[in-house]
Structures are given as structure tokens and as C-alpha cells.
Write a protein that binds this ligand. Structure first.
Ligand code: FES
Ligand code: FES
Length: 159
């Protein structure tokens, strides 16, 4: 299959990459552009470690071909901070100890970010549902849910 040029924006910057049409989005993000916060875990759409947002929607980047996001805005965990200032959900994860090994954390942050953008005062049940697609082997999830809940309750503001 002939290689082609893909244009997309990642973390607010425009990129053009020359790829095989079968290249996965996670491969473009990590291998072509070097945003290695996004993890490759199961690669079978189960673990959520590869979650990014595409036009604001949480997407498992191992589940889509890169060519499917032509012209779209992708955000990875590296794109959450702004000039060194952490986003509310990043600060909450730090304060609530919502990670241990950290392998799931980027994906969790991106799922939580997309969820909180759409849900201003979610229930704890809705928060739990929002991270059902993200597996964490370390924390038992409670500290992650508490951090997302704290942001939903307005305890963390954008600086
Ligand atoms: S690596 Fe994509 S869901 Fe596990
Ligand atoms: S912190 Fe280790 S998998 Fe979640």
C-alpha cells in the first residue's frame, strides 16, 4: 500500500506525517511524533492505556487508523498542562495519589478530561462508569474516582 501524508493537530500544533495507511493512531502519536505519555498496553482495545481525545472525545488510539483522524485535533496527556501549569485533573491526581506505577495514568487523565468536559456535576456512579474502559492494576480505582469527583465539585480551577 502506498504511503500517504496525514495532516492532524496534536496538542495544538499542526503536523504532517508520511505514513502507511494501516498505521494506527497510537503509532503516529508515539513513534512518529514522540508523545510517549500515551501508552501501548493490550493493543486490543481493552486496557485504555492508549486513550487520547480526538475533537474532545475520548478515543482508544490503538483502535483507530491514523488516517481516520485526518484534519482533527488530538490531545494527549502532554497537552493537558499549559506553560508548566497542570490542568485541574492532573493536580487532583497528584493530591489524591491516583497512580502508583503510572502506566494507566495518561489514559485515565484523558478519559477523565473528556468526561468532565461533558458532565459538570456527575454522580460517583457516572464517574465510575466513565473509566470503565480504563484498567488500573495498582490503585483499586477509589483514589482515581475521588480525584475526578474533586474536580467535578470545583475544588480545582484552571489557573
Ligand atoms: S493499548 Fe489501546 S486499549 Fe489497550
Ligand atoms: S497506577 Fe499502575 S496501572 Fe494504574
Amino acid at each position: 500500500m502506498e504511503k500517504q501524508i496525514l495532516k492532524l493537530a496534536v496538542n495544538g500544533q499542526d503536523y504532517e506525517v508520511f505514513i502507511n495507511p494501516k498505521t494506527l493512531l497510537v503509532e503516529v502519536i508515539r513513534d512518529h511524533l514522540g508523545f510517549t505519555g500515551t501508552k501501548r498496553g493490550c493493543e486490543t482495545v481493552s486496557c485504555g492505556a492508549c486513550t487520547v481525545t480526538v475533537n474532545g472525545v475520548a478515543v482508544k488510539s490503538c483502535s483507530v487508523l491514523a488516517v481516520q483522524v485526518e484534519g482533527m485535533n488530538v490531545v494527549t496527556s502532554e497537552g493537558l498542562e499549559d506553560n508548566g501549569k497542570l490542568s485541574p485533573i492532573q493536580k487532583a491526581f497528584l493530591d489524591y495519589g491516583s497512580y502508583q506505577c503510572g502506566f494507566c495514568t495518561s489514559g485515565m487523565l484523558m478519559s477523565a478530561t473528556a468526561f468532565l468536559d461533558e458532565n459538570k456535576s456527575p454522580t460517583k456512579h457516572a464517574i465510575k462508569e466513565s473509566i470503565e474502559g480504563n484498567i488500573c492494576r495498582c490503585t483499586g480505582y477509589n483514589s482515581i474516582v475521588r480525584a475526578i469527583d474533586a474536580v467535578a465539585q470545583g475544588k480545582y480551577k484552571e489557573e
